[in-house]
Design a protein around this ligand. Structure first.
Ligand SMILES: O=C(O)CCC(=O)C(=O)O
Length: 271
């Protein structure tokens, strides 16, 4: 177990907000206390060891997707411990400050493990093209339970690429080259930034920022939780998505309801 002894970071600074808005991502260190980090590891292990229909297979019979990621969406729905980290007020406040929103809802969480063995990198892609939202601005927190670097799957980001607009949905198991879509633009020339992190630290990235994660060449899983936050009032664009399908949302209506809890805001009234 890695020991940590530090002051926990409660809020993002003005400098971090400015960096995020310029570059489309930001690193925030030490967002978990030592006790929280221990709990976080324990709960993720428990959640990933149960099969409840929200897991991607983690066994030997691994398709290409599972070599990229073993994923569980909305872990909070059947593990109260995970809910602590998916609903954490500290992270929601940071997301709200980075977005400059009046309130934020959770769109969904997902546990993202990169397993050792025949691991593949997570190819360059944008997230927002997959999310059924009219507006831009939604973002992901990427919180690691392990030290991460290029050997086990740390992230890379293309600074400023959030300004490229929505491009195309890139399959993680059969990817096309996202840079082909921005040839001859400033985004193609921008040098990607690699972001190693200590356990209990995180990045935030805009849903339009190009990002990538290295393969895991070590002998241990790389254990991450990503929470997707959207500004209160973000509206449904009518497209299919795992977490909105069957929710009877109307196109153009705000995405609300018990599956999308309001986690931070000036007025925490509506559910
Ligand atoms: O964890 C990874 O390998 C990729 C994560 C990612 O693409 C995301 O959080 O949007």
């Amino acid at each position: 177990m890695q020991a940590i002894n530090h002051e926990v970071t409660e809020r993002v600074t003005e400098e971090q907000i400015a960096f995020y808005r310029q570059n489309g991502f930001v690193q925030v260190d030490n967002v978990l206390t030592a006790d929280e980090l221990e709990e976080f590891r324990e709960y993720m292990e428990e959640s990933m060891s149960t099969s409840d229909g929200r897991s991607v297979k983690t066994g030997k019979d691994r398709g290409t997707y599972a070599k990229v990621l073993n994923q569980k969406v909305n872990s909070w729905r059947d593990h109260g411990g995970m809910a602590k980290f998916s609903f954490h007020a500290r992270f929601a406040q940071m997301a709200m400050d980075l977005m400059g929103a009046q309130g934020v809802r959770l769109f969904h969480d997902h546990i993202l493990w990169k397993m050792p063995g025949d691991s593949l990198p997570t190819p360059w892609h944008q997230d927002l093209v997959k999310w059924p939202m009219h507006e831009t601005g939604a973002l992901s927190l990427w919180l690691t339970a392990d030290d991460v670097d290029e050997s086990n799957g740390c992230m890379m980001f293309v600074p400023g690429s959030q300004r490229s607009g929505k491009l195309t949905n890139i399959s993680l198991s059969d990817p096309v080259d996202i840079f082909e879509f921005v040839k001859d633009t400033e985004f193609a020339k921008q040098k990607p930034v690699c972001v190693p992190l200590k356990a209990g630290s995180c990045t935030f990235h805009d849903g339009l920022t190009f990002h990538y994660a290295h393969a895991n060449t070590t002998d241990k899983p790389r254990r991450v939780l990503a929470n997707i936050y959207m500004a209160e009032g973000t509206t449904y664009n009518g497209k299919g998505h795992l977490v909105t399908n069957g929710q009877e949302l109307q196109e153009g209506e705000p995405i609300r309801g018990p599956l999308f809890p309001l986690l931070a805001g000036r007025a925490l009234k509506k559910s």
